[in-house]
Write a protein that binds this ligand. Sequence first.
Ligand code: GLY
Length: 367
Amino acid sequence: MKNTKIQVSLKQELDSSYTISIGESISCEIASFVSQVNPSSLAIITDSNLVSSAESLANEFEKEEINTSLISFPAGESSKTLATLESVLEQMLSHKLDRKSCVVAFGGGVTGDLAGFAASVFMRGISVVQVPTSLLAMVDSSVGGKTGVDFKQGKNLAGSFLQPKAVFADVSYLKTLPYSEIKNGLAESVKHAVMFDSSLFSMIRNNSSQFNLFDANIFSELVEKNCIIKSALVEKDEFENSNRVLLNYGHTVGHAIESLTGYSKVSHGEAVAIGMAVEGRIAVEKGFFSEADLNLQNSLLKSLDFSLKLPKISRTSLVESMKSDKKSTGGNIKIVFPEKIGKYSPESLSNSSIVSEKEILSALQVF
Ligand code: GLY
């Protein structure tokens, strides 16, 4: 038989644009948006802490005659696993969701990542609307379509990209959030500020004592500034082939800390803050970032109540864990870093982003 080649042409032009709505008491807009999407049914996926708020949202959907079910899982980063994903998918099947159903991811970063992942694989993919209720999810994880679950080897090591149909960041949900949770979002905001926007850096510094008191205007401004930065990067590099990687400042070390401490002892914000202090130090030692700017960064983090103290973990296991980071290839650990406050170093996108074990251990000496 003669050999044959058949070309499968798959050039696609997809418009997956969406709107991020930010403000106070805007959750009333969600039901009317979803009714325009016209799903066959809807599942609100949330965690055990948010069930009663999710029920209020479900009532809004029912008023629009959208057949709505509620799916919940135990709150906390330790739920971000394949086992929870399986249980959520089972519940979606038992609620008879189909290929025209829609998921509303209602909660913080864990919920957005888990519910987004569930939507992306359920019957090979259905729509998701992100309704972040934590500052972390509002300023970062609800935007950009990353979904995933953690493994003991590392964070977010399995996942997918699924851009939401819309994001509704209603800052009223932050009213009852403890400051320890607000800090998770502040760490990501400082990351955005240090890498991309000195005016955001000043805004955070000017309001650093205000974030433990709820002020809708301050939080709306903070969320807006962060979403502008993040969406600009995602628009240019949806699948993280180039500049989107810059959003990982502080995360190579941060994720290793979280994974080595079992995803429960150190919050994501604390881990990323320590990560920025360590990675900023590496950038100074490599000659790409100044000591003065590193001090400005660390002073801001301390004024927001981050300790910047490395938890009791062995430094060599930290380095080993960094090798499991998604950015590592062929065993090479990569970090991205700033050049000055408000500007990333272009060297982050070159081979200079590869750091040796010696460079990491040397930077860790001051921790
Ligand atoms: N949180 C980093 C990203 O979405 O790319």
